[in-house]
Design a protein around this ligand. Structure first.
Ligand SMILES: Nc1ncnc2c1ncn2[C@@H]1O[C@H](COP(=O)(O)OP(=O)(O)OP(=O)(O)O)[C@@H](O)[C@H]1O
Ligand SMILES: [Mg+2]
Length: 350
C-alpha cells in the first residue's frame, strides 16, 4: 500500500541554517491493512519522511508509491486528488479554535469535495466513529487533549482515506489517553482496513499497536521488519530499548545468561526446563516480558555458576530451542567461546 524507494531529502544551507541531509536513502514497504511504526531519536528524519509520503515535502530523489500510484510522478492537480486517499493527524491536533467540533469536521468534508447537503450527516457519522458525537457543538477549547485528537482523527477520515499518517499524535497525551487513542487507531485499522504509518519516539507506542517497525537514525534505516521478528534479533536496538534489563555485571565466578524469546517459549517454560534438564542452580537477575500481537516476547537474565554453565552445555541446548542467548562473565573468569571484555558471546539462533 505504501512503497518508498531510496528516498533522499536534502535541505540546502541558508543564511540561518546549515545544509542538512534529512533522508539519506530510505526504503520502506507497508502492506495494506498494516500498522507500521517509525521510531528514532529527535532529528532522525521521521517527520521529513512522513511529509514525503503525501508529498507535503517533495523528496530530492526517490519514489513514493501509495495505493499503486507513483505520487512523485504526478502533476500538482492530480496530486491533490491522490492526497485525499491519505489522512493525517498531528501532535498538536491542528483544530480551528473558532469552529465547533462538528464545524472542524465539516471543513474537512468541504475540502474533500463532499456536497454541502451531506456535510451534517457525514460529520455526525464520523464523530460517532471516534466516540465524540455528544460533543459535536463544543469548541476545541472545551475538550481534553484526547478528545481533540479524536476530532483530529474524525477530520482525517473525512475523505475515506485508505492510508492514515500519524506524526507523534499521542506525544502530548498522558499514558491512559495515549492508550485510548492507540486503541481507536487500531480499531479503525481493523474496521476500515486503514493502513497506518505511525511516527513516534516512544517504543511503548510501537509495542501497543504496530505490526511492523522501522528504526531510523541520521536519515537512514537501521532496523526494519515485523515487530516480533525485529525484537528477537540478537543485539537489536529496538529490543534493547523495549527490554532494557539495566547494567549487567556478573559477580566473581558467576555467569549471566541473557535469553531473548518469543512465542512458544515462555519464561516459565524456559526456566523449568533448564532446571529439569541440567540440575543447575540459578537465580533470576532481571526480566522484561511483553505481550506483542498476542505472543509473549521478552528477555530474562539468569545468574549461575560460570563453571557449571560452561560444563553443562546449557548454551548449546538453549540455542537448540531457538532462543537468542548471550553470556556475560566477569573479565577474568574462564568461560566458553568468549570474545572480549565482559560480553562473552553474541549469541544467535541455533
Ligand atoms: N524545513 C527544514 N529546513 C531545514 N532543515 C530541516 C527542515 N525540516 C527538518 N530539517 C532538518 O532535518 C533533520 C530531520 O528532521 P525531522 O523533523 O524529520 O526529524 P524527526 O525525526 O521528526 O525529529 P523529532 O523527533 O524531533 O520530531 C533535522 O536535522 C532537521 O533540523
Ligand atoms: Mg518529528
Amino acid at each position: 500500500m505504501i512503497s518508498l524507494h531510496d528516498l533522499r531529502k536534502s535541505y540546502p544551507a541558508t543564511a540561518s541554517s546549515p545544509g542538512v541531509e534529512a533522508l539519506r536513502g530510505v526504503s520502506l514497504e507497508v502492506a495494506e491493512g498494516e500498522v507500521h511504526g517509525i521510531v528514532g531519536e529527535s532529528g532522525a528524519g521521521k517527520s521529513t519522511l512522513v511529509r514525503c509520503v503525501n508529498l507535503l515535502e517533495r523528496p530530492t530523489s526517490g519514489q513514493v508509491v501509495v495505493n499503486g500510484i507513483d505520487l512523485t510522478a504526478l502533476p500538482e492537480s492530480r496530486l491533490r486528488q491522490a492526497r485525499r486517499n491519505i489522512g493525517m493527524i498531528f501532535q498538536h491536533f491542528n483544530l480551528l479554535s473558532s469552529r465547533t467540533v462538528q464545524g472542524n469536521v465539516e471543513l474537512a468534508l468541504e475540502l474533500a469535495g463532499l456536497p454541502r447537503r451531506e456535510h451534517k450527516g457525514r460529520s455526525l457519522e464520523l464523530l460517532e466513529y471516534v466516540g465524540l458525537a455528544e460533543r459535536a457543538r463544543s469548541f476545541p477549547s472545551q475538550l481534553s487533549g484526547g478528545q481533540k485528537q479524536r476530532v483530529g482523527i474524525a477530520r482525517a477520515l473525512a475523505a475515506n482515506p485508505k492510508v492514515l499518517l500519524s506524526d507523534e499524535a499521542t506525544s502530548a497525551l498522558d499514558p491512559a489517553t495515549t492508550a485510548d487513542i492507540l486503541g481507536l487507531i487500531r480499531q479503525l485499522n481493523r474496521q476500515l482496513g486503514l493502513t497506518v504509518l505511525l511516527i513516534t519516539h516512544q517504543m511503548e507506542v510501537v509495542r501497543k499497536v504496530c505490526d511492523s517497525v522501522t528504526l531510523m537514525r541520521d536519515g537512514l534505516v537501521v532496523e526494519q521488519g515485523d515487530l516480533n521478528e525485529v525484537l528477537t534479533r540478537p543485539d537489536s536496538d529496538l529490543s534493547n530499548g523495549l527490554f532494557d534489563l539495566g547494567p549487567q555485571e556478573a559477580g566473581a565466578g558467576l555467569a549471566l545468561l541473557e535469553i531473548t524469546f518469543a512465542g512458544g517459549n515462555s519464561s516459565q517454560h524456559i526456566i523449568s526446563r533448564l532446571a529439569r534438564q541440567f540440575d543447575l542452580d540459578f537465580s533470576i537477575d532481571a526480566a522484561a516480558i511483553e505481550v506483542i500481537g498476542g505472543v509473549n516476547v521478552g528477555r530474562i537474565r539468569l545468574e549461575a555458576s560460570a563453571r557449571d554453565v560452561a560444563a553443562s552445555g546449557t548454551l548449546d541446548w538453549l540455542r537448540q530451542q531457538g532462543l537468542i542467548v548471550r553470556l556475560f562473565t566477569p573479565p577474568d573468569d574462564p568461560a566458553p567461546d568468549r570474545s572480549d571484555g565482559g560480553a562473552a558471546d553474541e549469541g544467535g539462533r541455533a
